[in-house]
Design a protein around this ligand. Structure first.
Ligand SMILES: Nc1nc2c(ncn2[C@@H]2O[C@H](COP(=O)(O)OP(=O)(O)OP(=O)(O)O)[C@@H](O)[C@H]2O)c(=O)[nH]1
Ligand SMILES: [Mg+2]
Length: 233
């Protein structure tokens, strides 16, 4: 299974790759970690590191670019090495760049995912628990994940990261959306069927890499994504 770990800057992607790979190994799975962030040294033992081929700080100097331009250029250059970045294992965890938009909104980013895809490919969209404390923010996080799925064309689970910091009551927040008031209430109400669908098929999970909690439930959900058993609820 190829798993792309996605999410806004600082949402805990790299830490998750480090801790989840250990968790999977403790269950005797064969796991490989791939660093796809050309701007950051991996904080885990990377089986493949894009920085062996492309380093954003070098791209900045070589092409005389600022950080954003260099990130986009790095994404273009990464494509040239896509064969080297593709690995096989029972679980492959791909750590993606902090600037998610470079990966999601550039043609090269999309093409790279396309080339790295395997038979079973999915994403985990991490969102910091501190970012989803209100119904509106939870709604926006789930919608961001929908955008990620549409852009990358892979099923992607939404996981609230750092749940050791804030205990988010997802059910309660979604309930509040139903009875919410204000200018957006009409739109929000219409979104409920979508959230109910996503919360069934792509359940909103809570994980903590610090406490290593939610890891087993995440594994079952990953399995469900590719389960051919019909009822995915
Ligand atoms: N409390 C808590 N902190 C966490 C958890 N996971 C990560 N962090 C912290 O959050 C910060 C960012 O974590 P990273 O893993 O570097 O996040 P990232 O998404 O890879 O960051 P970028 O690659 O820069 O986008 C670090 O200080 C981590 O120690 C968690 O489960 N709980
Ligand atoms: Mg990172």
């Amino acid at each position: 299974m190829q798993i792309f770990v996605l999410g806004p800057a600082g949402s805990g992607k790299s830490t998750f790759v480090r801790e989840y790979s250990e968790f999977l190994r403790s269950l005797s799975y064969e796991v490989k970690c791939v660093n796809l962030d050309p701007a950051s040294e991996p904080i885990y033992k990377a089986d493949v590191d894009v920085r062996d081929y492309v380093k954003t700080e070098v791209v900045m100097l070589e092409y005389g670019l600022g950080i954003n331009g260099a990130m986009l250029k790095s994404a273009d250059l990464m494509l040239e090495f896509s064969q080297k970045l593709k690995v096989d294992a029972e679980f492959v965890l791909y750590d993606t760049p902090g600037q998610m938009e470079v990966f999601i909104y550039s043609e090269s980013g999309l093409e790279l995912v396309e080339r790295l895809k395997g038979v079973q490919t999915c994403g985990i969209f991490l969102i910091d628990s501190g970012m989803v404390k209100t119904p509106e923010n939870l709604a926006s996080a789930i919608l961001q994940n929908v955008v990620v799925m549409l852009r990358l064309g892979i099923p992607t689970l939404t996981a609230i990261s750092k749940s050791d910091l804030w205990d988010i009551d997802v059910k309660n927040l979604l309930e509040k959306i139903k009875f919410g008031e204000g200018v957006l209430s009409e739109i929000m109400e219409k979104l409920i069927p979508l959230f109910e669908y996503t919360s069934l098929r792509y359940r909103t999970l809570k994980i903590s890499s610090v406490k290593k909690s939610g890891f087993e439930e995440l594994l079952s959900s990953l399995r469900e994504l590719f389960c051919a058993c019909g009822d995915l609820s």
